[in-house]
Design a protein around this ligand. Structure first.
Ligand SMILES: Cc1cc2nc3c(=O)[nH]c(=O)nc-3n(C[C@H](O)[C@H](O)[C@H](O)COP(=O)(O)O)c2cc1C
Length: 210
């Protein structure tokens, strides 16, 4: 098996990409990693919008503060968190469990109540914060998965969330942009970060054993 530590040392937040597409098979594996990511209560309260069109990428460049990776990377993945969870979405989830695990709906009543109680106990802002946290788990998994495949990536919070929401018409879909992942192939010849050593705290500083 490939060493995950080697992969994580290999990766860095790429600033400059070669203008080329990554192979479909690698893209599919990264998307599948996102789909398989665990989430709180298994609710998967987010969608991922993949922006491929070069014309659209040029249109949104300014939303990304003209960061070059927004146009040069192979793909841009926008993690969009749910802004609310409707009763029918909860029912849909319960039905999915029932069908997938061949379990009578009645046996899932308690779990369904827990989901209701948990999600309805939050204010609108708390709900969005919670949903956004789930997107970051998927972001981390996608970055690790990409690194294992030696696909480069850049996590991005540096964009104008309101403008991206408008551009993608997210609020009408009860979604809001959370975080973005650019993926592609690094251009080591022009990316000054390509050869920069990794800056991290030491293990002693970060970990405490009690
Ligand atoms: C949530 C998150 C948001 C980030 N946003 C940006 C961004 O908008 N633009 C950028 O160039 N780098 C961004 N970064 C990259 C970080 O600056 C980088 O990961 C950090 O400095 C560590 O360096 P390394 O990833 O190259 O090891 C972001 C990283 C994370 C985890």
């Amino acid at each position: 098996m490939q060493n995950i530590i080697e992969a994580l040392n290999w990766r860095y937040a790429v600033k400059r990409y070669k203008i080329t597409s990554i192979p479909e098979v690698e893209l599919e594996q990264i998307m599948e990693t996102i789909r398989l990511t665990p989430t709180s209560l298994g609710l998967q309260p987010f969608k991922v919008i993949r922006i491929e069109s070069p014309e659209k990428r040029e249109e949104i460049k300014s939303i990304f503060n003209n960061q070059p990776q927004s146009v040069e990377a192979s793909h841009i993945l926008v993690f969009a968190a749910f802004t609310e969870l409707t009763d029918s979405q909860i029912d849909e989830y319960i039905n999915r469990i029932s069908q997938t695990r061949n379990k009578p709906i009645q046996e899932l009543e308690g779990f369904k109540r827990n989901i209701h109680n948990f999600t309805k106990s939050m204010s609108a802002t708390e709900f969005i914060d919670w949903a956004k946290k789930q997107t970051y788990i998927a972001l981390g998994m996608a970055m690790s998965s990409a690194a294992m495949l030696r696909v480069d990536s850049t996590p991005m919070e540096g964009f104008k969330h309101d403008l991206l929401d408008d551009y993608l018409n997210l609020s009408a879909q009860k979604l809001t942009s959370s975080v973005v992942l650019a993926i592609g192939k690094r251009d080591s010849a022009i990316d000054i970060l390509a050869s920069a050593p990794k800056v991290r705290k030491t293990a002693d500083e970060m970990f405490e054993v009690i």
